[in-house]
Design a protein around this ligand. Structure first.
Ligand SMILES: [Zn+2]
Length: 641
């Protein structure tokens, strides 16, 4: 048994949940109000001690095991949850490999190096005569000393060696200074670093803004000029082992709990906007690192709240919306579906900055937030501003801008509603707004060579790992196995998603993987899709998979299936596996809901809710059955050819 399974067996899930949720026993199970969505009317959160799982039958429609529960409740990553539960269960975790622990140590000392730099700059700002101008600048922007201390703002003196001398005196090495981006290297004519060349302070005569990761660890700096003649206005630390710009949100470590409490995250553009808004009573504010909003950033936020408001500058989102503005929205809309977020957009009136507004009149900022609109509606209204809507040319122009965005919406119903709204907006027939659907064209496919039943696909080194798995977990392994080895392109995934959506089923997502270990591996896959360059999924998994997941990964995912498949086969098999997986889960859900009903026949209060739950589950079952039938039928036809 793996240590993870051992811990699952030792922890009583009802005790863990019972710490913060009032649970009522119903037969074998427990029921209470879901801690992850706002509800006070009907208890929809069920704990199943026998399987060690939990499930919200309400709004969240999500479930999992002790690990996912603790991760969600206390905002931990898997490794942290594992450590907490291992201690609680009295299980001594096998130590990590030497390589891994030495990497951790290296990173720890780099965090500490930046932490020491933060203290150095902060002291200069608050105490030295050289920092006076910088401090006056910050006061001039309306920042109070308490805020300056909270964010540990600092001052980098106008010197080529102030911080590097300080860090070297603390026994940090030259390499560490370069690796953290605190020192720049002398470069030759071609721009390559000179071996053992001079190194010098990257940040000179600037206001220093420490950047921290979600856990609050120091990872880099943003730095603003004090002399208006200097360029660039803002200089960030470079991308380093610690600082991944695409996965970082400035202010998030301070904003986390406020985002959860207010059930809303606000993304603004600048560091000072974040700092000032926190001071002005909007601590649920963060900013991205100047790039578009990435999936990893949205993911950080959706763990706290699904509701995200994007506050854009008026000029950027304005009437002749710039390409960058549209790209930001397109990225946002993609992630909205994938990460199940509700992203809204609001604009800041032209010529104004969020920090000015917040300092002058917090109520005005609140009303700007209250004005946020769903992305598509926002796009429509923006594209139409100042245009003559009677003009046919204008109509087709607006449709051409907005339709591609609507196509990115993952929910079929939502998409249709948007299409109808666009049609009403332009006073045209919604049918005119339909894209040609490539799936409806019939393509004669060559018959599939892949006929092996799916159980023969995975050949784990240790059969026992698979044997102890539930049917659902085994199916999850099959799908992950396909995803890793045949690596369906994002295009293939999109194709599969389209088929699912046509049947009003949710697209493939992380949510399809429910046991915590499997979810970690699936996260690896989806995260690697979000990387900039061509992702190498095995390397990515190597670097990012928690050590404790490796045994499962190596025995179940790494062995290559012994079948030959065409791209077409892969798509078909993945789709079929997803449907089968969801059917198994659907069956489990129905059984769980039945158990609840049988447990408590006298309890009539839940009756209406249960009926509704059954209705939804049965509807999903019908859709899945139909799709499966269509897939099997298609197969048979192919074989008869
Ligand atoms: Zn819930």
């Amino acid at each position: 048994m793996s240590q993870i399974d051992e811990i699952k067996n030792l922890i009583n899930i009802e005790d863990l949940v019972g710490e913060t949720v009032k649970l009522r026993r119903t037969g074998k199970n427990y029921i209470g109000f879901c801690p992850f969505h706002a509800n006070t009317r009907t208890p929809s959160f069920v704990v199943f001690p026998e399987s060690g799982t939990w499930r919200c039958f309400g709004q969240c429609a999500e479930g999992g095991d002790v690990f996912s529960y603790l991760m969600k409740r206390d905002n931990l990553d898997f490794q942290q949850a594992l450590a907490v539960l291992a201690q609680r269960a009295g299980v001594k975790l096998e130590s990590f490999t030497r390589e891994d622990s030495s990497r951790k140590q290296t990173e720890e000392s780099l965090h500490q190096l930046i932490e020491d730099s933060i203290a150095f700059y902060h002291n200069l700002l608050m105490q030295s005569p050289a920092g006076k101008t910088a401090l006056a600048y910050l006061h001039g922007r309306g920042l109070q000393d308490e805020t300056i201390r909270q964010f540990q703002l600092g001052y980098a003196p106008d010197s080529w060696n102030a911080v590097i001398d300080h860090l070297l005196s603390l026994n940090y090495s030259r390499t560490q200074l370069i690796d953290t981006g605190m020192a720049s290297e002398q470069r030759d004519d071609k721009g390559d670093p000179v071996a053992d060349g001079r190194i010098y302070d990257r940040f000179r005569n600037r206001v220093m803004i420490p950047i921290r990761n979600a856990a609050g660890k120091a990872i880099g700096f943003g730095a603003r000029i004090l002399d208006p003649n200097d360029v660039p206005k803002f200089l960030n630390s470079p991308q380093t082992v610690l600082f991944d710009k695409g996965a970082t949100l400035f202010g998030f470590n301070f904003a986390k709990s406020a985002i959860r409490e207010r059930s809303q995250a606000v993304i603004v553009e600048g560091y000072f906007d974040v700092i000032t808004l926190h001071q002005a009573g909007f601590p649920n504010t963060v900013s991205s690192m100047g790039t578009a909003i990435g999936a990893n950033q949205v993911k950080l936020l959706t763990r706290q709240s699904k509701n995200i408001v994007l506050a854009l500058d008026a000029d950027e989102a304005g009437a002749n919306a710039t390409l960058k503005g549209i790209e930001v929205l397109r990225d946002a809309i993609r992630q909205e579906g994938r990460l199940d977020a509700d992203i809204r957009v609001t604009t800041i009136p032209e010529g104004k900055d969020p920090d000015e507004i917040a300092l002058r009149d917090p109520a005005e900022w609140q009303s700007i937030l209250d004005n946020a609109k769903p992305i598509v509606i926002f796009m429509m209204e923006t594209a139409a501003r100042g245009q003559d809507l009677q003009d046919a040319k204008v109509k087709s122009q607006i449709a051409a801008t907005v339709l591609p965005l609507i196509e990115e919406v993952s929910e079929t119903i939502e998409r249709e509603v948007y299409r109808q709204q666009l049609a009403d907006f332009l006073s045209i027939d919604a049918r005119l707004l339909r894209f040609d659907d490539p799936n409806k064209r019939t393509v004669k496919r060559r018959s599939s060579r892949f006929t092996a039943p799916e159980t023969s696909v995975v050949v784990p080194k240790e059969k026992a790992v698979m044997d102890s798995m539930t049917a659902v977990s085994r199916r999850e392994v099959f799908i992950l196995n396909y995803m890793f080895h045949f690596y369906p392109t994002p295009g293939s995934i999109a194709k599969i998603d389209r088929t699912l959506r046509q049947r009003r089923l949710a697209p493939i997502s992380r949510k399809d993987f429910e046991s915590s270990e499997m979810r970690q591996i699936a996260d690896c896959y989806f995260d690697s899709l979000d990387q900039d360059e061509n992702p190498d999924i095995f390397t990515y998994a190597d670097q990012n998979l928690p050590e404790s997941i490796r045994p499962l990964y190596e025995t179940a995912i790494l062995p290559k299936p012994v079948v030959e498949m065409t791209q077409d086969d892969i798509e078909k098999e993945m789709l079929r596996s997803i449907v089968l997986l969801r059917r198994s889960k659907n069956r489990d859900r129905i059984r769980e809901a039945q158990a609840l009903q049988n447990d408590d026949p006298a309890e009539q209060k839940n009756h209406a809710e249960l009926t509704e739950i059954f209705g939804q589950l049965l509807l999903e079952k019908k859709k899945l059955d139909h799709l499966l039938e269509a897939l099997e039928f298609g197969n048979k036809k192919n074989n008869d050819d």
